[in-house]
Design a protein around this ligand. Structure first.
Ligand SMILES: [Fe+2]
Length: 216
């Protein structure tokens, strides 16, 4: 089994077939209109036996590359719906292999998080999230999220994509947003073995990331 090349994965829960996303599937949420059959990324959903914690684990394989206008290959991006306590569901991402960026944003803020193998990032409450591969090798991540979450792709699509586009020429803002703040961030060192404990004692954005103003 080669997760980079194959569209299936054998897991403890059985065989999982990847959801494959091609260039044409991103049309409407990219800096410029796009078409094409090239595979940008694929997602294997529900790959770990974590249901007893009300969680689902997914693996994403994001290939290196760029669209014709220079925007790096990336995932579609989505927001999360609110949980029963009235705030959006959280999510944790782990980098299994490779390098890239995690674009976190809402209507006014953009955080560009630098990712490397072993990093763990909690999606700040209410922020949409997009994986970007600006490297020359595949980026593999695993994410943990409640089984109850159905990602909201429609809100991102209605806004013509994320709040910012990462291109070979730098960051290009999406005019449908009112971005007032752009920061470049790094994940703080975390111990994967004590993820739950870490989550409990580091609940805020600032304690998961170190951020600096983006200087262009
Ligand atoms: Fe998510």
């Amino acid at each position: 089994m080669n997760v980079l090349a194959d569209d299936f994965m054998i897991t403890q829960l059985g065989m999982r077939k990847a959801q494959v996303r091609r260039v044409k599937d991103l049309n409407g949420v990219t800096l410029s209109p796009v078409e094409g059959e090239e595979v940008v990324y694929k997602v294997f959903r529900d790959v770990e036996p974590v249901h007893q914690y009300d969680l689902r684990a997914d693996v994403t394989v994001l290939y290196p590359g760029a669209l014709p206008d220079g925007e790096f290959y990336r995932t579609h991006g989505h927001f999360h719906p609110e949980g029963p306590w009235g705030k959006p569901w959280p999510e944790v991402y782990c980098v299994l292999r490779g390098r890239g960026k995690f674009l976190l944003h809402d209507l006014e803020r953009v955080y560009v998080v630098e990712l490397k193998e072993g990093d763990v990032v909690k999606v700040p409450e209410g922020m949409a999230h997009v994986l970007v591969n600006d490297s020359d090798e595949p980026l593999l991540t695993c994410n943990y999220v409640s089984k109850s979450v159905t990602p909201d792709y429609g809100r991102v699509k209605a806004l013509g994509g994320p709040a910012a586009f990462l291109t070979k020429d730098g960051i290009v803002l999406n005019r449908n947003y009112d971005v007032k703040e752009i920061k470049v961030c790094k994940p703080l060192p975390l111990n994967l073995d004590s993820l739950v404990a870490t989550h409990a004692v580091k609940p805020s954005v600032e304690e998961w990331l170190t951020c600096f103003p983006y200087k262009g």
